[in-house]
Design a protein around this ligand. Structure first.
Ligand code: XIL
Length: 369
């Protein structure tokens, strides 16, 4: 019998938690270096699939909400908040002794249209928008004060070329909307860590713009603890060098680094960003691994995971957390982004909720650092 079959048989008989299967987890292997987290969905929090909930609880030292704390789900209408899901998620993390972080307070995506529309149906004035931001941030951060370690205060304020994204926030308030958001978050929970979060942080112009923002915030006396690099990666980009250079720049700017949404798509990509409104047409050529991933491709993906993870370990003095963007290949957002209906394999657990072989190699690598 092949080893894999034996392991699978033991897993079925005893479950992954049996003493026979007691293995070190990535969270244990990285303890003292950085937190090892995962983005969770509500099915996992509610135990709809107990195997997934169990894996989230056991394998990770931190969790973040994949969706339920974003502006639209948590604040669908003016003066109407929906707390049930976020309350459950925070309680789930506490029960499992995990660090809970908040994603995200101000973002141009997944925010109710109402946020930018005034009574007359016209775009709100700067004063009204600022006051809505204050209320939203005070309510959300205030509710979880002392329970959520830190917040992605602003998500994705820059374009890849380093210019400010022309979001509604920017159009109405200019770049100062970022300062207001950090100020309100700090007022709502003075002990919470505050983060700026973005994708493609490895692009030099974008990284430079983020460093400049960090400097401006610090000089003006605002709290900012870390920059979150989403790290939605592809097979060939970003390169290790590009990634390392972004770490060097952020470290020099005097902030911690968080790898907030790590995944490595194994599929060809028509697009290198993570702006969630991007959408491209399906074709078979863009979805080549419906039946299986060829060994050569799998090996290349494994190497890429290990190379990147090795780099994260090398910078563990400044990297506080590495979070995987979803638990299994079954539930990853990349099956539907930026093309709907594909089969991607970008995370560390497979479609049968099994650890991929690369995890053992990651654990070994963590021991060496
Ligand atoms: C994604 C979620 O994974 C999806 O379930 C949702 O439909 C869209 O958003 N950058 C972010 C995350 O900051 O919030 C996004 O999450 C992925 C890109």
């Amino acid at each position: 019998m092949r080893i894999k079959t034996i392991v699978a048989a033991i897993t079925i008989i005893y479950g992954t938690t049996s003493p026979i299967m007691a293995q070190k987890t990535l969270a244990e292997a990285t303890r003292g270096k950085f937190l090892f987290g995962v983005a969770v969905n509500m099915q996992q929090v509610k135990g709809v699939n107990p195997i997934e909930s169990d894996l989230v609880a056991k394998e990770f030292s931190a969790i973040v909400a994949e969706n339920c704390m974003k502006p639209q789900p948590i604040h669908p209408e003016e003066n109407k908040y929906f707390w049930d899901d976020a309350d459950k998620l925070v309680a789930f993390g506490e029960k499992n002794k995990q660090v809970v972080t908040g994603h995200c307070l101000m973002w141009h995506s997944q925010i109710g249209r109402w946020f930018f529309v005034g009574d007359s149906g016209k775009t709100v004035t700067p004063e009204v928008l600022k006051e809505r931001m204050r209320q939203h941030i005070y309510e959300v951060v205030g509710r979880y004060k002392g329970r959520v370690k830190g917040w992605d205060v602003v998500n994705e304020a820059f374009e890849d070329d380093g210019t400010y994204r022309k979001s509604k926030f920017f159009q109405i308030l200019g770049k100062d909307f970022i300062k207001y958001a950090f100020q309100f978050a700090h007022e709502a929970d003075p002990n919470a860590e505050l983060y700026y979060n973005d994708y493609n942080v490895e692009i030099p112009a974008k990284c430079d713009a983020i460093v400049q923002l960090v400097k401006e915030l610090k000089t003006a006396g605002y709290r900012i603890d870390a920059v979150g690099s989403q790290a939605h990666m592809h097979m060939d980009s970003p390169t290790l060098d590009e990634t390392e250079n972004s770490f060097i720049k952020l470290k020099a700017a005097g902030v911690k680094i968080l790898i907030t949404e790590w995944d490595i798509s194994i599929l060809p990509s028509p697009y290198s960003g993570a702006n969630i409104s991007a959408n491209f047409k399906y074709s078979k050529e863009m979805d080549p691994y419906r039946e299986l991933v060829p060994d050569s491709v799998q090996m290349k993906w494994n190497k890429r995971v290990l190379d990147m993870f090795g780099l994260f370990l090398k910078y563990h003095d400044v990297i506080d957390r590495v979070t995987i963007w979803s638990l299994t290949d079954n539930v990853t957002w990349l099956n539907n982004f930026p093309i709907r209906g594909r089969k991607d394999y970008p995370v560390l657990f497979d479609r049968n909720n099994q650890r991929k072989s690369v995890v053992e190699d990651m654990i070994k690598l963590a021991k060496k650092h």
